[in-house]
Design a protein around this ligand. Structure first.
Ligand code: PEP
Ligand code: MG
Length: 415
């Protein structure tokens, strides 16, 4: 039996602000009396193989392109035909990395189409995504950034971008969300006592950004986590890498490390602090470095973000080289939901852990939580503090309040 078909009757896009106060795009798609909206986040530590977020003249240029080239062509399409919508975006753009229309516009249209389709089908968005992917839904474990530095914070903060925690024993969404919030709060108190002059300043993702080195930061996070959570890092090593000299530059400490020294430094942190998750330990071009790190630490979830940029072909390469055990899925890295789902399905097939992730510049859009549940993500990486981060946690809670234990919860102690 063929399903009922739906139709987009109107479409618009406009400029709004993200959490950094930078311009981004929001899209509205309409079908009769039913409306859906989606807006796009923006990254700062972006991989070089990611979709270009906006055309050269920024978000307003994306909106201009939308009105001139896309709007009329979207009208008449079926929003539940995700591939049809996404193929149109690719055809109108015609470049490898969405540099003409902007990857953020592509993402907002693509996500909005999924949200509208779910509304028309009268099912939750996560269920629509699960039907689209064929993956069983699950509540993800929140992987929370509680302390940060690198390109997300100012001078003097740690050079490593994110110090992350995830609860070991949470048996439901509410417990998991609460565990991370409590660690963030405890960490604030520890830092206030220990770091002279620290007034609670935070970086782009709401993580504390104290003027301390990486190891001092990690010690404080470990103490705040106690035995309730595992600790991990997003090194975001492409942001540290000086390709001309093949060195990793820890700018805030005025320190340069060869790849070997960088490897040894990270190894020491893994061993001393029992790290269970390390994202982007090496530059985005260094698949061999990732593979070596995987071999050295069989229990650590070595995760590819800039390495894979949500692209199925890079995921395949990384998997075949044994370079990752986990992969970040950020839909605006690749620009469409179809491509994000394809990467998720490939990860599932290969037993690679899916980490559905926000960007450092976010809006209060809560689509990400539906994506994480619908793609059966082991983790959702969406920050802990700040309205735009809490928006994701709150939507996860709403999904849990309405669906309860009909969806299984991922478990931190099985990592
Ligand atoms: C990240 O590197 O995982 C991240 C969220 O940063 P950004 O959005 O700046 O790429
Ligand atoms: Mg990252």
């Amino acid at each position: 039996m063929s399903r009922e078909s739906f139709v987009i009757t109107d479409a618009d896009a406009w400029v709004i602000l993200d959490s950094r106060g930078s311009e981004t795009v929001e899209v509205e798609l309409v079908s009769g009396s039913v409306k859906a909206r989606a807006s796009a986040p923006s990254g700062k530590s972006r991989g070089s193989r990611e979709a270009v977020p906006f055309p050269e003249k920024g978000a307003s240029a994306s909106v201009e392109v939308f009105r001139r080239l896309l709007k009329a062509k979207l009208v008449g399409l079926d929003p539940a035909d995700q591939r049809g919508v996404d193929d149109l975006l690719k055809k109108i753009d015609g470049t490898q990395l969405f540099s003409k229309i902007g990857g953020n516009l592509a993402y907002a249209v693509s996500a909005c189409s999924a949200v509208l389709a779910a509304k028309l089908k009268q099912i939750p968005t996560w269920r629509h995504i699960s039907q689209m992917s064929g993956i069983k839904p699950a509540y993800p474990i929140p992987l929370g950034n509680v302390l940060g530095g690198g390109s997300h914070a100012g001078e003097g903060a740690p050079d490593i971008q994110e110090f992350l925690v995830f609860p070991i024993k949470a048996s439901n969404v509410a417990e998991a969300v609460k565990a991370n919030v409590e660690i963030h709060r405890r960490l604030g108190q520890i830092l206030a006592k220990r770091v002279g002059g620290f007034g609670g300043g935070k970086g782009d993702e709401g993580a504390f950004a104290p003027p301390v080195d990486d190891e001092t930061a990690l010690k404080a996070v470990k103490e705040a986590a106690g035995d309730t959570a595992y600790v991990g890092l997003d090194v975001a090593a492409s942001s540290l890498y000086d390709a001309a000299k093949s060195e990793y530059v820890y700018r805030n400490r005025q320190l340069r490390r060869t790849k070997q020294q960088h490897f040894e430094f990270l190894s020491r942190l893994v061993e001393r602090y029992g790290l269970r998750y390390v994202e982007d330990p090496f530059d985005e071009s260094d698949f061999d470095g990732f593979a070596e790190f995987c071999r050295a630490f069989p229990k650590v979830l070595v995760c590819g973000d800039d390495l894979v940029v949500t692209r199925v072909e890079l995921l395949r390469k990384a998997a075949e080289m044994g370079a990752v055990r986990a992969v970040i899925l950020k839909p605006n890295q690749v620009g469409t939901i179809t491509d994000t789902v394809e990467a998720a399905v490939e990860a599932e097939r290969r037993g690679i852990v899916r980490v559905v992730s926000h960007r450092s510049g976010e809006t209060c859009d809560d689509f990400l939580s539906h994506l994480a549940v619908g793609l059966g993500g082991k983790f959702i990486k969406a920050g802990v503090a700040g309205g735009e981060r809490v928006a994701k946690a709150n939507e996860l809670l709403r999904i849990w309040y309405s669906s309860g234990d009909t969806i299984p919860m991922q478990r931190g102690d099985e990592v």
